[in-house]
Design a protein around this ligand. Structure first.
Ligand code: ATP
Ligand code: MG
Length: 225
């Protein structure tokens, strides 16, 4: 049994600047996220939401401060690979799927990278595709899918290796209102079903309010709303 209050993210006094310190984006950010929580990072464009998600996901490194994500340190090269393969899934704003591969081929990538068997990969991708409603599109290329179908595929890809933590960067940002609502609800249901922690960046208040907790990103800091 997993610990019900398992802490998946700890950030302490994290700073991040760009352009040789001229652009100060995060100025002493601290954050805790426990298993099963769906947390919104809510803030204006340019406030630093993507920057923070990138630091948590090991896609960029902080100038200073301590990070612990699923027991690993995403700023350490030697921890990063295991973190991304086994413990966390990342949903990008613009999905970042490989456009001329099919849905199935895209979904196989994380499983293959983690050394899973072909049978296990096929079973998992069919299970997830059924949940998000893209089973009938598995053999279609990404470039031939609608925006909502692409985003649902991206969610499946992020969940292929059964992560405990999902980082989602405006996962509904490129979608129309109705499709965005559908994709958001799906993400939340999936997270609640498997008690995955989700940290989701959004500038839309209605999505933030539907999360368990809202952290406002402003002037380089986080504040509980
Ligand atoms: N690689 C970079 N080099 C220089 N500046 C950067 C870099 N990445 C981000 N920035 C700057 O850092 C600030 C925060 O960017 P970030 O992408 O984290 O914002 P955001 O909250 O995700 O915004 P949005 O809602 O528009 O996605 C912005 O002013 C941005 O221009
Ligand atoms: Mg962003």
């Amino acid at each position: 049994m997993s610990n019900p209050n398992e802490r998946l993210v700890t950030a302490r006094d994290v700073w991040k600047t760009y352009d040789h310190g001229r652009i100060a984006v995060l100025q002493g950010v601290s954050l805790d996220v426990e298993r099963g929580e769906v947390v919104a990072l809510w803030g204006a464009s340019g406030s630093g939401k993507s920057t923070l998600l990138h630091l948590l996901g090991g896609l960029d490194v902080p100038d200073r401060g301590d990070l612990n994500v699923c027991g690993l340190d995403p700023s350490r090269e030697q921890d990063r690979l295991a973190l991304r393969r086994e413990h966390l899934g990342f949903v990008f704003q613009l999905h970042n799927l490989i456009p001329d591969l099919t849905v199935t081929e895209n979904l196989r990538v994380p499983g293959l990278a983690a050394g899973k068997s072909a049978a296990e990969i096929e079973a998992r991708l069919r299970e997830l595709a059924a949940i998000v409603g893209i089973s009938h599109r598995l053999d279609h290329r990404i470039q031939d899918l609608s925006g909502g179908e692409r985003q649902r595929t991206a969610i499946c890809r992020a969940l292929m290796n059964r992560p405990r933590l999902l980082l989602a960067d405006e996962p509904t940002g490129s979608l129309d209102e109705k499709t965005g609502d559908t994709v958001f609800q799906l993400l939340k249901q999936l997270a609640e079903r498997d008690r995955i922690a989700v940290v989701l960046a959004t500038h839309e208040r209605r999505f933030a309010e539907a999360c368990h907790r809202i952290l406002r990103v402003r002037e380089g800091r986080l504040a509980e709303v």
